[in-house]
Design a protein around this ligand. Structure first.
Ligand code: ZN
Length: 425
């Protein structure tokens, strides 16, 4: 099956230059030059559209959109332990599935084609990825003080079983990792166990790290080292790792992160909303760390819109450093796109509009008023876009949204199920 996107503007080329993009199967197989034996099943008119790779939302909890706007403006511990945790422990798998679908709708509509999820409801994220067609990097949240704890053993089993479950969902574009929740919910023995398991099974690790001043100070007090040094000692940074937040770092932490090759998913909206401050993104980049971007869950953001997030990222870095050049549009877009693909192991396969790369791409309305006049697409996306200029979304060569109409999800049904799920909160 072949898709031709005709006469489209690419986001990184001079204004006015138009291209024909050929897609076969899951990949881009030609730019301007029609591949041999190309059979055109679908043509998308790109004459008023600008095309870029879809975003990787590098940190979220997709099921949590059921909690959107439920508990806001509270201290972090009260928000998490008194409001969200009790609701979460009563949430059913079915409700979590609809939460996933609601998040996926928002992500597709605002140009995300891949998301990294830490979840508490086995198989639901995989099912939602299979049903919607979005790409997912799925990690089961793991907690407990010791590897023999019932909670830890059960969750690890669920994490591994889920990989088998996905093998029977051939439609799902998913890969897996392990998600020890954080150093304050997963004890040292659990962290060491997860590190061993990740190595043995060839899985990457997704963890919240050094998000709050409390977490940072407590770690110094209890372990005599920073959260990053502690994670290193537990073996968490030995293999591929993705660390969400990293707001509090000391001078030595930068070198540890750089040398480990770990990626950091920064979440500016969540960090500000929960009163946790601003991650030192500009410095992390200067230190050679792969920083990518995430929205976090919908109860701490409260949106899963990468355009909104990257706008906040660039503005806050300029504000905090009092340096207008701290994070320019080009670098901001690189963080949101290229670095995200790199963090999830797709650095060589995606993140660029090139022959041979995966066809995870989005089209935006080139004539949107906030995109006029046309000078520089990356500046338009970093400073002017709302996210809802996205008109078409393809993942692995499959159309998930065409002219703003979702092709795989019944939005009315999702809204109905969500309203039903939250009616008893
Ligand atoms: Zn999170």
């Amino acid at each position: 099956m072949g898709i031709l996107i005709k006469n489209v503007q690419l986001w990184d080329e001079e204004i006015g230059k138009r291209r024909n993009i050929y897609i076969e199967g899951s990949r881009i197989t030609g730019i301007d030059q029609e591949p041999e034996h190309f059979s055109e099943d679908e043509t998308i008119d790109g004459s008023h559209k600008v095309m870029m790779p879809g975003f990787v939302n590098a940190h979220t909890h997709a099921y949590m959109s059921v909690f959107r706007n439920y508990a806001d403006d509270l201290p972090f511990a009260e928000w998490l332990f008194e409001k969200i945790d009790p609701l979460e422990s009563n949430l059913t798998s079915e409700q979590a599935y609809w939460g996933n679908m609601l998040s996926i709708i928002e992500m597709i509509r605002t140009g995300t084609t891949c998301f990294v999820d830490m979840h508490m409801f086995p198989e639901m994220a995989v099912k939602a990825c299979a049903d919607s067609g979005i790409r997912g990097v799925i990690t089961r949240g793991l907690v407990g003080s010791d590897r023999n704890d019932e909670a830890c053993a059960r969750r690890v089993k669920e994490a591994l079983d889920e990989i088998d479950y996905a093998a029977n969902e051939p439609a799902a574009n998913v890969t897996f990792g392990l998600g020890p929740h954080a150093i304050y919910t997963a004890g040292e023995d659990v962290l060491r166990y997860v590190a061993e398991l990740a190595k043995e099974k060839g899985l990457f690790i997704n963890i919240h790290a050094t998000e709050t001043p409390y977490e940072y100070e407590t770690c110094l007090k209890e372990h005599g080292k920073t959260p990053i040094a502690y994670l290193k000692d537990c073996g968490i940074l030995d293999g591929p790792a993705l660390l969400a937040h990293c707001v509090y770092l000391d001078d030595e932490d930068y070198a540890i992160l750089r040398e480990s090759g770990a990626s950091v998913a920064t979440n500016p909206a969540s960090n500000m909303k929960l009163g946790n401050g601003f991650a030192p993104v500009a410095r992390m980049l200067d230190e050679g760390i792969n920083v990518c971007l995430g929205t976090d869950g919908a109860s701490s953001n409260n949106a899963l819109n990468m355009f909104r997030e990257l706008n906040l990222l660039t503005l806050t870095q300029k504000g905090v450093t009092k340096d207008t050049t701290a994070l320019n549009a080009e670098t901001t877009m690189k963080i949101a796109v290229e670095n995200g693909y790199k963090a999830v192991g797709l650095g060589k396969k995606g993140g660029k509009i090139e022959k041979g790369r995966i066809a995870d791409v989005i089209l935006l309305d080139e004539e949107a008023p906030n995109f006029q006049p046309k000078f520089n697409w990356k500046a338009a996306f970093a400073y002017s876009a709302s996210g809802y200029e996205v008109s078409d979304v393809l993942v692995a060569g499959k159309v998930l949204m065409r002219n703003r109409i979702l092709t795989t999800i019944d939005e009315e049904r999702v809204n109905y199920e969500i309203a039903k799920a939250v009616s008893k909160f």
